[in-house]
Write a protein that binds this ligand. Sequence first.
Ligand code: ATR
Length: 271
Amino acid sequence: MTDRYCVFGNPIKHSKSPLIHGEFARQTQQPMTYTAVLAPEDGFTDAWRAFVAGGGRGANVTVPFKGDAFALCDTLSYRAKRAQAVNTLIVGGNGRTYGDTTDGIGLVRDLAYHRVPLAGKRVLVLGAGGAVRGILEPLLAEKPSEVVVANRTVAKAEQLAEAFVDLGRIYGGGFASVKGPFDVVINGTSASLSGELPPLPETLFGEGAWAYDMMYGAEPTVFLQWAGPRGAKLLDGLGMLVEQAAESFFAWRNVRPETASVRTLLRQSLN
Ligand code: ATR
């Protein structure tokens, strides 16, 4: 019996998730398929219900449907509630839909993979949109000394920090008010997409600091190109993508895939 999984998005053509999950399934010999499904902008819920009616067991959800997925779930994980977003859907035994988000834990696991310490460290997060909201709970669970959220629209950073203040030391503000040095700087803005750079102070990175861009591509992002000459060690979001996929896979199959070979495969697929 082959179990069906997929990723919903719009657009979805360039999604790497089928490659990643196909590799996980092969590696762990799971009897499953994983495809990419283009859902209409206003038709996510119908697309999900049709998938389940056809025997679908679970799915990943990407842009722009993470909020829609959150809204349709019968039960939510704690981290999904905090993120107000769902990237992993699971059909329960009773036909109920369980929602989780693995993006934030994917980031934390990728940092651990690269031996980037978080406990007791000063962390700067750039951006205050959905992508950043998705990582704050798992990030704060690692007990950094503080997390500063900086955003172009200052009020959004302040509101986001306020929403997580029960979980640790977290502050929100604008780029101009950011005071380094930080140990880890994570770019969660979508500025990289348009090749832009948030206006950042020169003295951002402490000794041995890391710069992490949640985006990735064949070439380093503008943020990483800026951070390199300023002494930071660089990481892009490719590993986060693989690790969040591994967490979803584990949630569905109760088997933990190995990620190192899939990272290599994915990196090769970018060229
Ligand atoms: P996502 O789901 O990727 O987080 P989003 O919710 O639209 O998408 O959020 C995009 C984030 O990137 C926001 O923090 C946005 O800043 P604003 O809240 O001020 O709009 C940030 N962003 C996008 N383009 C940017 C740019 N050119 N410079 C700085 N920040 C930018």
